[in-house]
Design a protein around this ligand. Structure first.
Ligand code: DGT
Ligand code: CA
Ligand code: CA
Length: 378
């Protein structure tokens, strides 16, 4: 063991040795479709986001592994996918059904949460579990425990997933993606360098195409290659925040704790008005402001919403609310303001009592699609 290596070990253990799982559901939307219609399992299945222009315009959200063999993947136009699958007359193209996927996701998340010391929801199809206490810090036990979780999700929900196990979130995330579908990849502390070094730079979460290309220009392809760069060079090239992140990541260093977080189903803001009122003009100004505040949170969290609601607490402290569902998820401020204002107008139509507190709420939350690239962070 060289000194560089033992240094890394020390850094990795600032929080004591942890056992962290990253669980990611395989080809999630397409697998949900297979669960509902098992006859799809032998066919190429593509889940499509049809745009409102009609016909086949739109993109592939995801595809099962049979379809992927033909080069179908997330983000490509539906027309490309159809061409690539031309020879498969049995290929199936289905529209997304988010409500159904969320239902399955919630069931699986509940099972995972009950098996964690700390549970961190990341998105519909992935979560981190800190299980250090449950397995007494033992990676052998962790491996059996993960297999049990996989089995019970499979038995009860018919859902397959891949699990990465390591001492931190970063390596576990890379490990869950290492073997898919139905993978279980265990990286105990003494195997970290061996695991990371041969991997392509791109496997580090946050490193996207552009960053990868810059490294390729410097003739650096693997994580081992990246270790040649010192932190000063990286900081100069990418800024201090990303530079340091990359420097640590290639050494398997990540001290981010698993933070308790559950799936967020709504975001809202409520204010007590300067005066009790049922005057449209006055209330509308407040609604517009509240929308802006809710919208800021939505953007910060990279979310979209499909349901918009307003809420009154009236002068007698009774409540009243009204909501509507949009046709498509959006993250657009004007659309939020327009709809909330319309709801206000409708709600005021036969309003007799004045209003004391006013709120805006968005629900049916989904992730903004497309992966963020580290170069977009800064
Ligand atoms: P995998 O690789 O077996 O985990 O496959 P997925 O499909 O579960 O892929 P993942 O984990 O990257 O994404 C989870 C879900 O997010 C996926 O089922 C569909 C959605 N998604 C991913 N990428 C895109 C995209 O580029 N566009 C759209 N509309 N949806 C996407
Ligand atoms: Ca997935
Ligand atoms: Ca995922």
């Amino acid at each position: 063991m060289n000194t560089q290596h033992s240094n890394n070990e020390e850094f990795r253990n600032i929080l004591g040795t942890r056992v962290v799982f990253h669980i990611d559901f395989d080809y999630f939307y397409a697998q949900c479709e297979e669960i509902r219609s098992p006859e799809l399992r032998s066919k190429p299945v593509c889940v499509c986001v049809f745009s409102n222009r009609g016909g086949d315009s739109g993109a592939i959200a995801t595809a099962n592994y049979t379809a992927r063999k033909y080069g179908v993947k997330s983000g490509i136009p539906i027309t490309f996918a159809k061409k690539r699958l031309e020879e498969r007359k049995d290929a199936v193209f289905l529209p997304v059904d988010f409500d159904y996927y969320i239902e399955i996701s919630e069931k699986a998340m509940k099972m995972m949460k009950s098996n964690a010391d700390v549970f961190e929801y990341v998105g519909k199809d992935e979560a981190y579990l800190d299980v250090t206490k449950r397995v007494d810090g033992d990676f052998e036990r962790a491996s059996h425990f993960a297999q049990q979780i996989k089995n019970s999700i499979r038995d009860e929900i018919k859902l397959g997933c891949s699990i990465g196990i390591s001492p931190n979130k970063l390596i576990s995330k890379i490990a869950s993606n290492f073997k898919k579908p139905d993978g279980l990849t265990i990286i105990p502390p003494d195997k970290i360098d061996e695991f990371l070094e041969p991997l392509k730079i791109r496997t580090i979460p946050g490193i996207g195409k552009k960053t990868e290309e810059r490294f390729l220009e410097m003739n650096l392809e693997t994580i081992l290659d990246l270790k040649k760069l010192d932190v000063f060079t990286l900081n100069k090239e990418f800024g201090r925040k990303s530079g340091t992140y990359i420097y640590n990541a290639v050494r398997g260093i990540d001290n981010e704790p698993v933070k308790e977080r559950e799936a967020r189903t709504q975001y809202s803001k409520i204010v007590t008005l300067k005066k009790d009122s049922k005057d449209y003009q006055f209330l509308s100004e407040n609604i517009i402001k509240l929308c802006k505040e809710v919208h800021d949170i939505i953007i910060k969290n990279n979310k979209m919403f499909k349901s918009i609601g307003i809420h009154f607490v009236q002068s007698d402290l009774s409540s009243k609310s009204k909501s509507r569902m949009l046709r498509n998820p959006t993250s657009n401020l004007e659309e939020l303001q327009k709809n909330a204002d319309q709801l206000l107008k409708e709600a005021l139509e036969n309003q007799t009592i004045t209003i004391r507190r006013l709120g805006v709420k968005v629900a049916e939350i989904s992730e903004v699609q497309g992966q963020s690239d580290i170069t977009n962070y800064f």
